[in-house]
Design a protein around this ligand. Structure first.
Ligand SMILES: C[S@@+](CC[C@H](N)C(=O)[O-])C[C@H]1O[C@@H](n2cnc3c(N)ncnc32)[C@H](O)[C@@H]1O
Length: 243
């Protein structure tokens, strides 16, 4: 599945068209970096054991790349946000804002159903690359009124931008470099609601990078329950049940 349709998400036609276009751009770029020598082979391979080198290489290679959440994962995420009636969502890793569009669309629809205003429901989006931040905002503007008003964009390093002024959180998407997941969870955990849902992308394909995170989530007596969903590369669905 390369783009969503109206049986999968409730969205106006222009938004389905925009998402199709953005997913296609992301897929075209991905095909180039996944080709032999394109760079992905190093990220998923030898560099997994050298976190510092992985970070440098990944930051350089991905600085201007979409690497959007796959459309099927994004549709699943949209429906999960809808059916859990989540109102406060955090997106860790925004890039050009594709997954943000799904999250904001779902949060806006939840807010409308619950008679809540933009002050009471939002997606907190996070990105530290200024050039991506600028284009993400343009995409949200093109997405229009069912999306843009529901996004609170925090530009900068999310380890700083998520430290304060946080609502109680219903839902988190982790779509960020693997080494950022544990430190980000440390910041967010005190704000997670009982039963909050976390979706974490690529937990099978980048298993090495997720070792510390998965060990924490799956530890005996952990406050989390989790399952690896069989999407391409793996998608971890985690729920939070503090004792
Ligand atoms: C996989 S991409 C996100 C894709 C996006 N969720 C989507 O589906 O369109 C990960 C993004 O996280 C950003 N990022 C990485 N480390 C960050 C940090 N410490 N603070 C903020 N953004 C960061 C990267 O610049 C990159 O654009």
């Amino acid at each position: 599945m390369s783009s969503p349709n109206s049986t999968e998400i409730e969205a106006p036609p222009h938004l389905l068209e925009l998402l199709a276009k953005l997913h296609q751009r992301s897929l075209d770029e991905e095909a180039l970096i996944k080709a032999p020598g394109g760079g992905y082979d190093k990220i998923r391979g030898s560099l997994q054991d050298d976190p510092a080198a992985l970070k440098r290489y990944q930051d350089d290679l991905m600085r201007d790349k979409f690497i959007a959440l796959d459309a099927d994962k994004a549709c699943f995420m949209y429906n999960l946000v809808r059916c859990t009636r989540a109102l406060n969502v955090v997106e860790c890793g925004t890039s050009y804002g594709v997954s943000t569009i799904y999250l904001a669309l779902a949060v806006g629809q939840n807010a409308e159903a619950a008679n809540k205003s933009t002050g009471e429901a939002k997606v907190i989006a996070t990105e530290y690359e200024p050039s991506k931040a600028k284009v993400a905002k343009e995409h949200w503007h093109q997405a229009g009124e069912s999306v843009e008003p529901w996004i609170e964009f925090r530009e900068g390093d999310l380890l700083q931008t998520l430290k304060s002024d946080m609502p109680l959180i219903d839902f988190v998407l982790f779509d960020i470099w693997t080494d950022m997941v544990v430190p980000t969870l440390d910041i967010l955990e005190p704000r997670l609601k009982h039963g909050a849902v976390l979706l974490v992308d690529n937990t099978v394909a980048s298993r090495g990078g997720y070792e510390a995170f998965l060990a924490r989530i799956k530890a005996e007596n952990s406050n989390y329950k989790s399952m690896t969903l069989p999407f391409d590369g793996g998608l971890e669905m985690v729920t939070y049940w503090p004792r």
